[in-house]
Design a protein around this ligand. Sequence first.
Ligand SMILES: [Ca+2]
Length: 92
Amino acid sequence: MTKLEDHLEGIINIFHQYSVRTGHYDTLTKCELKKLITTELANTIKNTKDRPAVDQIFRDLDEDRDGQVDFNEFLSLLASVLLTTHDNIHKE
Ligand SMILES: [Ca+2]
């Protein structure tokens, strides 16, 4: 596997680590999403102590409004996190 392929698989593995916990094994509940963000993205998404902020992130991601964030919906969070990380690297 190449380095990039390895990273991509790593992202999927982390999503699954949280998605399997409660409810459907392949989607994130709000609680699982919050745990993932506060644990795995602690340096990137800062305002997660703030409950309304997490609620807002969840609402924005849950495009089909089924109360779950699936991997497809999670991709928009990944895209914005990648963009922020890229911007920050150029600022340093
Ligand atoms: Ca959904």
